[in-house]
Write a protein that binds this ligand. Structure first.
Ligand SMILES: *Cc1c(COP(=O)(O)O)cnc(C)c1O
Length: 391
């Protein structure tokens, strides 16, 4: 029996990119693509950003890996900068988003264990959520398509309908350790959580002694025009998982927490071989150099607003193709009236990349370095594709 050399868990498009530059990718035939996918919100600063390339090159010539048995100065620097910029007092570095989620879940459980309440281990999550693909994360995400056939669902996750406060109150019990939520659902279809709902979650957590965990793996590092999306609501979590943009394309994730929430994570309770290695930290620090520079987040807000205005006009012009536009900053989604996958394939044929999401949405997640000219180019390609598909 023949089996593909690559495990066929992805329905890959038949294109291979060999080079990238800013907001553009080039395939094997030299064709150019406007990249409004950015590796699913990973290439926050586009491709081959000179400052990131330089940081990685310099570190690559010095030291790659030592393990977490020793101090890693790059971790100390990056942690300090993340702490200064956020609610957090402490940081654990990982290689991926889902590892940051795992660390967050373990931390929340350990917090109650340290309080002498080990029976408080349950976590409430929301329908449409995506938190990654480990056994615990698919249980947290609760999506049947990711759980099917993988044995008993990991115990301790309760899911409620998106935005349903009554269902949430009914699901919370004396066994609930934490609430886990994305401020804007990414894979679930670019569904923003209303700011007043996030504030309600904070109040509920405070009243019931639960921890609030934000999954900002997709929404973080400037994607919405703030360093973190929860800043728009003026609500702070106790624990936060980040990844994607912080590495700018290099695998980096992190679990950020307050000292109180982290108090159970004592020596020996958690670990990682590769997490926080010097290469990853060099790139993470370089990403922050750019994102935290004066004016950068304002730039994202400005271009995001421009994109929102422009793309909104598509809905009026092609009502048979587009239903609505959602999102914040440069995390935008077009809800489609035609199959999103077909639209994305046709868009790619016109030289532009976008990414599918649940609820028949086309996600537009360009690098944060784009300007208005890239938005206009995207408009042309989206309009052309819409004309083709409806006509
Ligand atoms: C991508 C993503 C994850 C999983 O990150 P990996 O690096 O693929 O493990 C989790 N949560 C959200 C919101 C994401 O967008």
């Amino acid at each position: 029996m023949s089996f593909p050399p690559l495990l066929p868990t992805y329905a890959r498009a038949d294109v291979a990119f060999v080079r990238g530059e800013g907001a553009y990718l080039f395939d094997e035939e030299g064709r150019r693509y406007l990249d409004f996918g950015a590796g699913v919100a990973v290439n926050a600063l586009g491709h081959a950003h000179p400052h990131l390339v330089e940081a990685l090159r310099e570190q690559a010539g010095k030291l790659w890996h030592t393990s977490n048995l020793y101090r890693v100065p790059g971790q100390e620097t990056l942690a300090r900068r993340l702490i200064e910029a956020t609610f957090a007092d402490t940081v654990f570095f990982t290689n991926s988003g889902v590892e940051a989620i795992e660390a967050s879940i373990k931390m929340a459980r350990r917090y109650h264990f340290a309080n002498g309440a080990a029976e408080r281990f349950r976590i409430v999550t929301f329908e449409g959520a995506f938190h990654g693909r480990t056994l615990a994360a698919i249980a947290a995400g609760g999506q049947a398509k990711y759980l099917e056939g993988f044995g008993p669902k990991v115990e301790g996750f309760d899911q409620v309908p998106f935005g349903d406060a009554n269902a949430l109150l009914a699901a919370v019990s004396d066994a609930t350790a934490a609430l886990l939520i994305e401020p804007i659902q990414g894979e679930g279809g670019l569904r923003p959580v209303p700011p007043e709902f996030l504030r309600g979650l904070r109040r509920l957590c405070d009243e019931r002694g639960m921890l609030l965990i934000f999954d900002e793996i997709q929404t973080g590092i400037g994607r919405t025009g703030k360093l973190f999306a929860h800043e728009w609501a003026g609500v702070e979590p106790d624990i936060m998982a980040i990844a994607k943009g912080i590495g700018g394309g290099f695998p980096v994730g992190a679990c950020l927490a307050t000292a109180e929430a982290a108090k159970g994570m004592t020596t020996g309770t958690h670990g990682t071989t590769f997490g926080g290695n010097p290469l990853a930290m060099a790139v993470g620090n370089a990403v922050l150099d750019v994102v935290l520079a004066p004016g950068f987040l304002e730039h994202v807000q400005h271009v995001g607003n421009y994109a929102k205005q422009q793309f909104s006009s598509l809905i009026a012009e092609h009502p048979a193709v587009f239903e609505d536009l959602r999102g914040e900053g440069l995390m935008l989604g077009l809800k489609m009236r035609v199959p999103n996958t077909e639209f994305i394939d046709r868009l790619r044929a016109h030289g532009m990349l976008a990414i599918g999401a649940g609820d028949n949405v086309v996600r537009l997640l360009p690098p944060l370095i784009i300007d208005e000219s890239h938005v206009r180019e995207a408009m042309e390609k989206l309009a052309l594709t819409a004309s083709n598909i409806s006509g």
